[in-house]
Design a protein around this ligand. Structure first.
Ligand SMILES: Nc1ncnc2c1ncn2[C@@H]1O[C@H](COP(=O)(O)OP(=O)(O)O)[C@@H](O)[C@H]1O
Ligand SMILES: [Mg+2]
Length: 260
C-alpha cells in the first residue's frame, strides 16, 4: 500500500472488510482508517461484530473479502499482482507480535507473579535477555502504577490491578498498535477509573489505539474518532463530541439513548 499524497501510511486501513461464520455474516463491509497516534473508539450493540473486527486486525480471524492493512502491510496475506496468498503461520505470528491486545478478561497466568507475567513473552518470543526484560518489566509496572505489586500473584490483585498488569504485559512487546476489547466491562465500577487513567496516559504518549468500550466519558475525552457499528457495518463515525451530541443516523440515536 502506498502513502497518500502528503500523508503517511495510516496505522490501520480497512477496506470493505467482510467476515462470516458459516451462514452468519458478521462483518459486511467495514471501512475505516486510523492514523498513527490516533485513538478510535468503537461502539455498537452486542453481536454487531466489534470483537470480530478487532480479531481480524490482529489476524486471529481471517478476513473473507476486502482488504485490511496494518502499518501498510496486508494482514495475513501477501499480494502478488492481483492474487492474494495466505501468509505462512510463522509470518502471521510475526505480524501479530507488533499488535498489543487487551481483553475483557485479563488472562494472566495464575501461577506467575505480575512481573513474571510481563517478562514471559519478551523472553520467550523476542529472546530478550532476562535481566533486560526484568528491568523493562519493572519500568512498565511503574508506568501503570503497579510498581509495588511486582511480586504479587493475580489472585492477590483486584480486577483493576490485574487489567493494568495485562496492559503492561501487552506493552512489553513494544507494540505499534494497541487493541482493547471492552477492557473495563468486567470490572466493579469503582475500579474502572484506574484502568481508564492508564489508557488515557497511553493515548497521551502517542500510542495508536482502537478501543471497544461503552465508557462514553472516555470516548468523548480521549478518542479522535468514534465509530458506531451495527449489523456488521459502520453506521456512523466522526469526532466523538459531534457523534454523541448530534448523531445523524436513527440507529445511532436509538443506541446512544439506551446507553446514556
Ligand atoms: N468463532 C465464531 N464462530 C461462530 N460465530 C461467531 C464466532 N465469533 C463470533 N461469532 C458471532 O458473530 C457475531 C458477532 O460477534 P462479536 O464480533 O463478538 O460481536 P460484538 O463484539 O460486537 O458483541 C455474534 O453473533 C457471534 O455469536
Ligand atoms: Mg465483543
Amino acid at each position: 500500500m502506498t502513502a497518500t499524497a502528503g500523508g503517511s501510511v495510516p496505522m490501520i486501513r480497512a477496506e470493505r472488510v467482510c467476515k462470516s461464520f458459516g451462514a452468519l455474516r458478521v462483518l459486511a463491509g467495514v471501512s475505516l482508517e486510523v492514523a498513527r497516534g490516533e485513538v478510535l473508539c468503537l461502539i455498537g450493540p452486542s453481536g454487531s461484530g466489534k470483537s470480530t473486527f478487532l480479531r481480524c486486525i490482529n489476524h486471529l480471524e481471517q478476513v473473507d473479502a476486502g482488504r485490511l492493512y496494518v502499518d501498510g502491510d496486508l494482514v495475513g496475506y501477501r499480494q502478488k499482482g492481483d492474487k492474494l496468498y495466505e501468509l505462512h503461520p510463522r509470518e502471521a505470528a510475526k505480524q501479530r507480535r507488533d499488535i498489543g491486545m487487551v481483553f475483557q478478561h485479563f488472562n494472566l497466568f495464575p501461577h506467575r507473579t505480575a512481573l513474571e507475567n510481563i517478562i514471559e513473552a519478551p523472553i520467550q518470543v523476542k529472546k530478550v535477555p532476562k535481566a533486560k526484560a526484568l528491568e523493562r518489566g519493572r519500568e512498565l509496572l511503574r508506568r501503570v502504577g503497579m510498581a509495588d505489586k511486582a511480586d504479587a500473584y493475580p489472585a492477590q490483585l483486584s480486577g483493576g490491578q490485574q487489567q493494568r498488569v495485562a496492559i503492561a504485559r501487552a506493552l512489553a512487546m513494544d507494540p505499534k498498535l494497541m487493541l482493547f476489547d471492552e477492557p473495563t466491562s468486567a470490572l466493579d465500577p469503582e475500579l474502572v477509573g484506574e484502568v481508564l487513567t492508564v489508557m488515557r496516559e497511553l493515548a497521551d504518549s502517542g500510542m495508536t489505539m482502537v478501543v471497544v468500550t461503552h465508557e462514553m466519558g472516555f470516548a468523548r475525552e480521549v478518542a479522535d474518532q468514534l465509530v458506531f457499528m451495527d449489523g456488521g457495518v459502520v453506521v456512523e463515525s466522526g469526532p466523538p463530541r459531534e457523534v454523541l451530541a448530534e448523531p445523524k443516523q436513527e440507529r445511532t440515536k436509538v443506541f446512544l439513548s439506551r446507553l446514556l
